[in-house]
Design a protein around this ligand. Sequence first.
Ligand SMILES: [Zn+2]
Length: 171
Amino acid sequence: MEFNESLMSERSDTDLTLTTVDEHRQRMTLHCEECNTVLGDSHGVCGEVTCLDSIMCMRVTNDVILSDEMESGHKGEMAKCIYSALKCRGCHCAVGMVIHSAPSRLAVIRSVYLLHKANISCYILNSSSMVKASTLKFDLKPLKESIHEMRHQFQIKYDKMAVIKSRLEDK
Ligand SMILES: [Zn+2]
């Protein structure tokens, strides 16, 4: 993917508003460090696994190929894990993995795309700059906050409905 100048300047106002609303999360595209192919974007990112030095993604582009071959980890964090490598379609470099089976401590990262930070660079839309993923944090804070916010909204709706229900019952 290439960004032309006019598109970037048109988008800049929108990006500013988005940043204020969602200031924890920077808008960015994720690229192969080797050949710059776009592998994903910040909308697909759902966190970070520090012990594996990887970005967790729910979605990636079609240029991320999931290898058919299953491998098993023998040591460290990957012990007792069954996983398949993710490769970049552009240069065939390994860019991460998907864990199919893992001990319970790693259960939360099963079946999500794990992009290895060392193989990824990020194009930050607001500053139009390319940085190494290893210099950024992809923690879960925004997700947790939005879940709290959603729970709060549900609670308000639930309370309103309870009031309406009791009024109906009184009649
Ligand atoms: Zn590549």
